[in-house]
Design a protein around this ligand. Sequence first.
Ligand SMILES: Cc1ncc(COP(=O)(O)O)c(C=O)c1O
Length: 375
Amino acid sequence: MCIETIQGEGGICPVNPEFLELASRLTKQGGALLVLDEIQCGLGRTGRHFAYQHYAVLPDVVTVAKPLACGLPLGAILTTERVASCIHPGMHGTTFGGGPLACAVAIEFLREEKKLLKHVRTLGEYFHAALETLDKKHKSIHDVRGAGLMLAVELVSPELAKAVAKQLLHQGIIINRTHETVLRFLPPYVIQKKHVDQLIGALDAALHKNAESAYEKTLKKEKTATSRRKAVHALPRTLAEICENVRDFVVLEHDERIIGCGALHLYGVHLAEIRSITVDPSSQSNGGGRRLVKALLAQAEKHKVTCVCLFTRIPEFFSRLGFTTAAHQDLPDKIHKDCYQCPRLYRCDEVAMVRGDVPTFAILPPPKNWLKIHA
Ligand SMILES: Cc1ncc(COP(=O)(O)O)c(C=O)c1O
């Protein structure tokens, strides 16, 4: 099983610790190898030799490359003794592999890397804190994340990210835009506070200058969108309007107090979707959510629905209620009706789940840009 510990091109997304620990357990149980791709995040980038050292796992194989020979082409794999014992000299070769010049540079890099780890951590914290300060100031910042000197700012729109990256380039600061909306910062390990300050000042100004015009551009785009898109913006806003549009709206009460609510949408006769679940935090730990989902499932049963689906960020909770994870493309009907209009279409982090059999008629032809969901 191969996992990138902190996704680089994917928008600086660190792997979820529970996911990595489960992957480690499952590979051990199944006799498979856990391979961590640290080509971008390894070799000191996060302030540790390897990014996996921020987690409680020990991989079987780690891949490293980019900074290894400071720009000269060189990659390496590191393995446990057990894995290494399966590979013998001559089994794997490449024309330029292990060239003396690249290897000499790599040895020098490894000497320097050791000395720079503390500096990467200190500067990383300084940089991270400065980005957090910008986050508080600019509504156009959606998220700040990363570790050491592998940091990212996620902005609210691709247009803004593009405009900011372009403006910074004009000021001599090269940053990369990954995953449409993410500004990625991978500075040299020897960067100083003054360089961070310079970037933060320029970024602050670029956000001030571009946020409004990017927002206007987005609005303009919305205006010229298809009638289908417009219909979504005319979605009901009040509780009464919502109730008219959904098949069932369940309100959960306790001691005459509303502690939660959720909606059931019917897609045809066999498929329903649970949406908009909200439970008062004080009732979450004493079974409020569970009671609400059960009430919604009972409603679905009344309508003789054979399959209930939902999209969630807490799959563990729903799996305890009999839901299993499904591929997003198993529920294209839902994707047609909802995801297609969602601004997070390209970076959806919700898990699709189903309870019961997915009716075959739910498999509709994909919308035009459906494949991009999985890109
Ligand atoms: C995390 C990660 N893995 C693998 C690669 C591919 O490396 P190479 O270009 O050496 O094939 C890259 C390149 O950007 C990368 O960022």
